[in-house]
Design a protein around this ligand. Structure first.
Ligand SMILES: *Cc1c(COP(=O)(O)O)cnc(C)c1O
Length: 433
């Protein structure tokens, strides 16, 4: 399968090149030339299949021309080795819990899958690769844990010193092995600028193979489509329904785009809702047809604090830039911190279900946007214990931290402090290899 750039000014490339490079040379995002329709009998039998089996079929449809089936199956087995339960929260409203993986947030699936796929290609190319990732907290932990111990890859996590929570810091500074935490004397934006400079620096790129691990990478965002199929299979088992709608808490729109791909392969989803917090660039685009990226503002659902969603161009491309076609499939609602906090409190008091701020935003959007004849699923993207203080302040009830999450705090922090200086970062990166 060939991959083209959404900017259409770069050559088409192989899957290998799309995954190793991440971003196309014309700064566009890679898209597969074709999206296979899955056969009808796959959907007829889906309710009797497990998560791994369903995912193996989908992964073969996407990547089967380029990677041997045994290899893909092994990658799926190694990635989806935890539960993704669908829970009934209220009449007609279900939560798909995507937070039972190593770092208790949904990015675990994409990060692990990408690590294994990149490792496969690195072996082919016989040259070690360096993954650089800037994080304000959660991406760093998912990427570090997803890539931990994966052959042929070194990971450098750049994070702003003193600006991530202790628990987040512990998730990427205590791992060792192929993971190095660089503690930058600066802000998250400084970290991101350092990573950008590294990708642009010719000298560095001739010495080292560098890549990123964010959701612009096809190997990271596409595997996120697996769980839409799995949710559908579980819904058939649990209830009778005619129409389905998914509500997705959205930031960079990687998760939503994966859902749109799932629909394109034939998954019978009627439509999607993109839940926004106060960072509502995408909602504004749906309402007005104008896209106006801007600086993000801070909210309690901070993994959605994105002012220029990186997968926006993929959505435009998927719908041939038709605003009408996009709004046929997707609607959007937005909520402020007060509304999100109230939802956490009210749902807990009403049904005993505990939401995290991201899931709460998606719940609210589903509640507002779902029509009476639709069955709704919202994606619960993070474990509420990851946002312990916020969630406890809403419900007044202490949260138990899962032991696997608490265990990160038991290990010794290992980080290398780094001034906000690209010259020094470059020295550090070249010095290590
Ligand atoms: C990253 C993240 C999101 C947003 O997902 P996108 O793919 O960036 O839209 C939502 N919730 C949580 C908990 C996340 O970590």
């Amino acid at each position: 399968m060939k991959y083209y750039s959404t900017n259409k000014e770069a050559f088409v490339v192989s899957l290998q090149e799309a995954v190793v490079k991440g971003l196309a040379p014309d700064r566009g995002l890679y898209m597969p030339e074709r999206i296979a329709r899955l056969p009808k009998n796959f959907f007829d039998e889906i309710e009797n299949s497990g998560l791994q089996d369903i995912s193996k079929t989908i992964v073969e449809a996407f990547f089967g021309e380029d990677i041997p089936k045994e290899e893909l199956d092994a990658i799926v087995d190694d990635t989806l080795n935890f539960e993704i339960p669908l829970k009934n929260v209220e009449d007609g409203i279900y939560a798909l819990e995507l937070f039972h993986g190593p770092t208790f947030a949904f990015k675990d699936v994409g990060a692990r899958f990408m690590a294994r796929m990149l490792s496969y290609f690195v072996k082919e190319e016989q040259q070690e690769i360096n993954v650089l990732v800037a994080t304000s907290g959660d991406t760093g932990s998912a990427v570090a844990n997803g890539f931990l111990g994966v052959e042929g890859i070194k990971v450098f996590v750049l994070y702003p010193s003193g600006k991530v929570s202790d628990m987040q810091e512990a998730q990427f500074t205590t791992l060792g092995q192929n993971i190095t935490a660089l503690e930058v004397d600066g802000t998250f934006d400084d970290c991101q600028a350092l990573v950008k400079s590294a990708f642009m620096d010719e000298g560095l790129n001739t010495r080292l193979k560098l890549t990123s691990a964010n959701s612009i990478n096809v190997a990271r965002f596409l595997p996120q489509s697996f769980y839409y199929f799995w949710a559908y299979a579980q819904l058939i088992q649990q209830t009778q329904f005619s129409k389905t709608v998914f509500s997705v808490p959205s930031g960079n729109l990687g998760n939503l785009t994966a859902g749109l791909f799932a629909k394109r392969t034939g998954l019978p989803v009627d439509r999607f809702i993109a839940a926004n917090n106060r960072n509502d660039v995408f909602r504004e685009y749906l309402q007005t047809g104008r896209y106006n990226p801007r600086a993000s503002v801070q909210t309690i659902a901070n993994a959605m604090d994105v002012g220029a969603p990186s997968n926006f161009d993929r959505i435009l491309d998927l719908y041939s830039h038709s605003h009408k076609a996009i709004t046929n499939d997707i609607s959007s609602y937005r909520y402020n911190d007060t509304e999100i906090s109230k939802a956490i409190k009210n749902v807990y008091q009403g049904s005993g279900y505990l939401l995290d701020p991201h899931g709460a935003c998606a719940y609210l959007a589903l509640k507002e946007g779902k029509k009476p004849d639709e069955t709704g699923i919202f994606l619960a993207t993070a474990h509420p214990a990851k946002f312990k203080k916020t969630v406890e302040a809403c419900t007044g009830i202490p949260i138990q931290i899962p032991s696997a999450l608490a265990a990160f705090m038991q290990h010794k922090k290992q980080s290398i402090t780094l001034p906000n200086d690209f010259g020094l970062l470059k020295k550090k990166l070249i010095g290590q290899s």
